[in-house]
Design a protein around this ligand. Structure first.
Ligand code: SAM
Length: 240
């Protein structure tokens, strides 16, 4: 990472209330790993240092700054792709554990390798679909938190994520600008799946000031056994 990149990461971190100075070496390693991984796998279209820092690293960290991820929490990152938000959060939050899940095995293998290189002992990875996990007794209603970034519309996320949560658990969805219709549809889906909209925050990404939203759904009762529906159905036929 260039000195300008380091300064940008520190400045954007400060806007989030984070002091990232001791984390700089790991973020530099992560940037190198992402660019090296991208040469073989199609991990990200964002390859400039500025974009990686602001739109991947800082954007991921916005999921963790409002106290939604308490110390000791076991967090599932649904659809982690190239490890976002898991890897930036795991660097800054050694006190929480992450299970990074993605349907694409190659991406998950990259995330696992990168977590090992960065010695992030709080990261585990799992290749699989959320629908399958949500129906398996090993994972259903077992987690306190689900985070997800840039994976699907809210009604789909509700069906993929709420089944994994124990009652009282939270699904934290980081999204771009959020239309009222999507939020309404998400609220209706959450209701069917045993959840409710708990919190919505609209904010701007540090430095760039791009619009972002964080939607927090809370699990309030058991998810009916017919959900999640089989693989692919939540996407093809969203509940609302
Ligand atoms: N969260 C990452 C980020 O913010 O950069 C990746 C976003 S990428 C657009 C969406 C990812 O979600 C893809 O890697 C895809 O394989 C994964 N995905 C989509 N539906 C899924 C499902 N039902 N179960 C597991 N992974 C899924």
């Amino acid at each position: 990472m260039t000195p300008e990149g380091e300064a940008l990461l520190l400045e954007a971190g400060r806007e989030l209330g984070l002091d990232l100075s001791s984390a700089l070496p790991r973020f530099a390693q992560l940037q190198r790993a992402l660019l090296a991984g991208n040469a073989q796998l199609n991990l990200t279209a964002l390859t400039s240092e500025r974009d990686i820092i602001l739109k991947h690293f800082i954007d991921s960290l916005t999921c963790g700054v409002d106290g939604w991820l308490p110390a000791g929490a076991q967090i599932v990152d649904l659809g982690t792709g190239a490890g976002f938000p898991t890897l930036p959060l795991a660097i800054t939050r050694p006190d929480v554990r992450f299970l990074a899940v993605d349907a694409t095995r190659k991406k998950i293998e990259y995330v696992g390798r990168t977590a090992a290189e960065l010695q992030l002992h709080n990261v585990q990875v799992l290749a699989g679909r959320a629908e399958t996990l949500g129906r398996s007794p090993e994972h259903r209603e077992r987690y306190g938190r689900v985070v997800t970034r840039a994976v699907a519309a809210l009604p789909i996320l509700a069906e993929l994520g709420l089944p994994l949560l124990e009652i009282g658990g939270l699904l934290i969805a980081q999204k771009g600008p959020l239309a009222g219709e999507e939020l309404e549809a998400g609220a209706s889906a959450a209701e069917v799946l045993g959840g409710e909209v708990f919190h919505v925050k609209h904010f701007e990404l540090p430095v760039l000031q791009d619009a972002r939203s964080l939607v927090v759904l809370r699990k309030v009762r058991a998810t009916p056994p017919q959900y999640p529906r089989r693989e692919g159905v939540p996407n093809k036929q969203p509940l609302f």
